[in-house]
Design a protein around this ligand. Structure first.
Ligand SMILES: Nc1nc2c(c(=O)[nH]1)N[C@H]1C(S)=C(S)[C@@H](COP(=O)(O)OP(=O)(O)OC[C@H]3O[C@@H](n4cnc5c(=O)[nH]c(N)nc54)[C@H](O)[C@@H]3O)O[C@H]1N2
Ligand SMILES: Nc1nc2c(c(=O)[nH]1)N[C@H]1C(S)=C(S)[C@@H](COP(=O)(O)OP(=O)(O)OC[C@H]3O[C@@H](n4cnc5c(=O)[nH]c(N)nc54)[C@H](O)[C@@H]3O)O[C@H]1N2
Ligand SMILES: [Mo]
Length: 763
């Protein structure tokens, strides 16, 4: 086991501008290889990562190029794979030594570092321990309990999914829920890009981005709003660097100076590595206030109007606006009426800086708009996205080569899960087609989002929870509040690779079902199986694992989903779980039949280099919106925040470090922010620290400033000076999730407002 104690040493504060990539990232991987006790042959496995014939990385959703680098993986992709391929095992002997009550008190890191789960485990309430079981025992007990619950109320079971499982697994999982009798299919997307699925769809008719990789070869400007490339999608730095070398301009809006968006040193380029050269990524880096994006985007739109006026037209693409959009008059009137002083106040940026970027935008022919959680995780997150689309539409920057809107997704197949039917929104799924294929009437009522599912656990209306991966209890807002309510669940079924806190929140019955990881060989009746996933740019890739599984008792996710389904559901001659598990190509045929326009010749194209494109009507300027056109939105507010800070409150932004993947903590450093820390920190700028009467290193407590009768506090956070806007504090997810109110979410999509939490600080 690794030494869990890391010393707290800070370097280069208050901010860190060393290049991302470079030796730092190689060292970090190498350190990790030593630390994580990888099993033999991991280097070979890594060399196959993200290439045809190999497995697709389980870390981020960034696209896999048709002409991969020799090593088409990044520091974090390597960490994710090494984390999966550790030699450590968390088997029956481990569980014999620890009660579940004890494990509940362990930190996330300590649970996961125990290694790969090896056996199906049943919770035994008498000994308060997980005990070994066979797969048959697991399936028959789970099936019996789920049938019993269904007889009373089929809507009282939730089928959660974290965005890693393949398209094949996801299709089967969604079918299981619908045959069971509900659309309770919340996904990690509900905490992530659901704002995109709803907000972007409202205005463009498409719930996904419109760009493909080759667009990055043609754009002359890229805008970045609230996406931290160096940490969360490092392979994207390669096309960015190439775009820079071509002369493309990049402008970033982010409250935090994120090293990856400042400079990049390519670990695959000997000249940059040895010569100490680096590529400057952002031409302008504007540290706006959190939630200031609506104002900034309004300012940029306003400047486009001004320049168009000054030049007597020709800046706004009037022909495009007339032919392809609706809502223009209201939008124009509103933007013209907004005051620059208000834009400056809400964004925290200077008029001249916004004007300068507005003019760069007017002078650019092809512009791509990138965004991430900095836009989606706000109370007015959908408005953020609508404003971004406004700006792009003004100059026809959607639906042509080198231009478009490009949300960067999180989990490696989160976008794909939504594509193949994991959705609580029945209107997004071709249910008639599914009914026809499988001879049943699927439920038509709205299912539970993540927020609804937590509420259902709290109020007792949810009786059963099935989790296809993830760490629901730690990732959610109001973390901890629902923990005691889990014990009232009739059953908690967790399909997982490593132990985490959600597994310790046992119900009256609980099962822990260990599965294969993507780099492992998946052998079924007809031979080794491949699976598939969809990346951020809507490319579909096949993935094949080759490694010997970590334990003989592991089963694939399709096998486990089918096992639960067979034991739970009434027999149906059109539903052939055994055949499908025996040959995943049959599942791909079903996906193709259900979604013929997106998955034409699915099996034949499975291993297309660089993936095959799912297509997107908005890219072709076909707008599947309410008006049949792309929609301009007149903003009804200038701040994306639900609550603007007053004189003694702050806006808390919760972020990831480069040493974590969501609730999986790999280590305690945040190299790209120059921090060596125990993660229990709160960052703020030195003036704010002084103004609050605090000192560096002092321990403080954060409390939520939303006045709804609940007390929400996180204590033991050490003050760290950091280059941030005023009134802003930065802390880590998931440690500070208890501060986020469950009802504090995007108004349209219910995505939690993790990036704009009003808080107070006390010593
Ligand atoms: N290594 C690693 N990779 C990951 C993950 C991980 O945990 N670790 N998680 C994966 C997942 S599921 C996801 S969704 C993605 C997340 O990837 P990102 O979308 O990059 O998410 P975050 O790191 O949460 O924060 C994004 C950025 O938004 C900025 N920001 C915060 N508030 C605002 C604001 O109001 N306005 C603007 N303009 N910017 C703001 C933050 O400073 C931060 O730089 O990454 C995926 N990849
Ligand atoms: N405060 C705050 N909260 C946030 C966010 C934030 O920015 N700030 N971000 C939100 C976002 S964007 C997301 S996506 C959610 C993430 O929420 P989740 O997706 O639920 O959480 P993860 O931490 O990704 O899940 C990790 C667990 O997945 C399991 N696992 C790993 N690989 C596999 C696999 O191949 N198969 C199976 N079956 N299981 C596997 C392991 O047991 C591991 O412990 O968190 C959200 N919460
Ligand atoms: Mo995510």
């Amino acid at each position: 086991m690794t030494d869990r104690k890391e010393t707290h040493q800070r370097e280069d504060l208050p901010h860190y501008d060393h290049p991302s990539g470079g030796w730092g990232s190689l060292k970090s991987v190498a350190k990790h290889m030593g630390q994580e006790r990888p099993s033999a042959g991991v280097m070979e496995t890594l060399m196959r990562q993200n290439k045809p014939g190999g497995h697709m990385c389980t870390s981020c959703a960034w696209t896999k190029p048709p002409n991969p680098h020799i090593a088409e993986f990044c520091e974090n992709g390597a960490k994710a794979t090494l984390w999966d391929l550790t030699r450590d095992r968390c088997g029956p002997d481990f569980f014999a030594r620890h009660t579940v009550s004890e494990l509940r008190t362990w930190p996330d890191y300590d649970l996961e570092i125990e290694g790969r789960l090896t056996h199906p485990m049943r919770y035994d309430p008498v000994s308060d321990k997980y005990v070994e079981a066979t797969w048959d025992e697991a399936f028959s007990a789970i099936g019996a309990k789920l049938r019993e619950i269904r007889a009373k109320d089929p809507k009282s079971v939730v089928f959660y999914a974290s965005g890693r499982a393949s398209l094949e697994t996801s299709y089967l999982y969604a079918l299981l829920a619908r045959l069971y009798g509900n659309n309770n299919l919340p996904d990690s997307s509900n905490m992530c890009h659901e704002t995109t699925s709803v907000g972007l769809k409202n205005v463009t008719g498409s719930s996904v981005g419109t760009c493909v990789l080759s667009d990055f070869d043609h754009c002359d400007m890229i805008l970045f709003f609230g996406q931290n490339t160096g940490t969360n999608s490092p392979r994207f730095l390669h096309p960015l660097r190439a775009a820079k070398k071509r002369g493309c301009q990049i402008v970033t809006f982010n409250p935090v100076r994120e090293a990856g968006l400042v400079t990049f040193r390519d670990p695959q380029n000997p000249v940059e590595m040895l010569g100490g050269k680096e590529t400057v990524i952002s031409d302008r880096y504007l540290q706006l206030k959190p939630g200031g994006d609506v104002a900034v985007l309004a300012g940029l739109c306003k400047r486009v109007f001004e320049v168009d006026d000054e030049q007597g037209g020709g800046v706004i693409d009037r022909q495009f606006v007339a032919q392809h959009t609706s809502g223009w008059p209201e939008f124009e009137a509103k933007i013209r009426e907004i005051d620059w002083a208000d834009i400056e106040r809400v964004s925290g940026l200077r008029h001249e800086d916004i004007v300068e970027v507005g003019e760069m935008y007017c002078n650019s022919e092809k512009v791509i708009g990138i965004y991430g959680m900095g836009l989606t995780q706000h109370v007015h997150g959908s408005l953020n996205i609508a404003m971004y689309v406004n700006l792009l539409l003004m100059r026809g920057n959607i639906g042509r080569e080198g231009a478009g809107i490009s949300p960067v997704r999180g989990h490696s197949n989160v976008q794909g899960q939504r594509t193949v039917g994991i959705s609580e929104k029945p209107e997004l799924v071709p249910l008639d087609k599914i009914d026809e294929l499988f001879g049943f009437k699927s439920p038509r009522d709205e299912g539970t989002t993540t927020v609804d599912a937590v509420k259902g656990i709290l109020d007792g209306s949810i009786k059963g929870f099935v989790s296809l991966g993830g760490n629901f209890a730690r990732a959610i807002p109001d973390q901890g509040r629902a923990d005691p309510a889990w014990q009232d669940l009739e059953i908690n079924v967790q399909i997982a690779t490593k132990l985490n806190r959600s597994h310790t929140l046992v119900g009256k019955e609980a099962w822990l079902l260990p599965c294969l990881v993507r780099s492992e060989l998946d052998m079924q009746a007809t031979g080794p199986q491949a699976v598939s996933m969809e990346d951020s740019l809507s490319m579909i890739h096949g993935s094949e694992g080759k490694r010997e599984p970590a334990s003989k008792m592991l089963r694939s996710e399709p096998f486990i989903v089918a096992g639960i389904a067979k034991a739970t559901l009434d027999p149906n001659p059109k539903v052939k779980w055994d055949d499908w598990v025996g040959d995943y190509a049959l599942v791909r045929d079903l996906i193709e039949e259900t979604y013929p326009d997106k998955f034409t010749d699915f099996n034949a194209r499975l291993f297309t280099a660089g993936g095959f494109y799912k297509g997107n009507p908005a890219r072709e300027r076909t707008w599947k919106t309410e008006t049949g056109k792309a929609i301009f939105t007149a903003p009804k507010t200038l701040s994306a925040l639900g609550q603007v800070p007053d004189k003694d409150s702050y806006t808390l932004v919760t972020v990831r470090s480069n040493d974590q993947f969501n609730t999986t903590i790999y280590g305690f450093n945040d190299r790209l922010r120059g921090l060596k820390t125990d993660r229990h920190v709160v960052m703020m700028n030195p003036e704010m620290i002084a103004k609050a009467g605090l000192t560096e290193g002092q321990e403080v407590t954060l409390s939520c400033a939303v006045d709804d009768g609940e007390t929400r506090e996180v204590g033991g956070l050490r003050v760290v000076p950091y280059d941030l806007p005023d009134d802003t504090v930065l802390a880590y997810y998931p440690e500070t999730n208890p501060l986020v109110p469950l009802d504090y979410h995007d108004e349209l999509s219910k995505t939690p407002a993790y990036k704009g939490v009003p808080v107070r600080i006390r010593a």
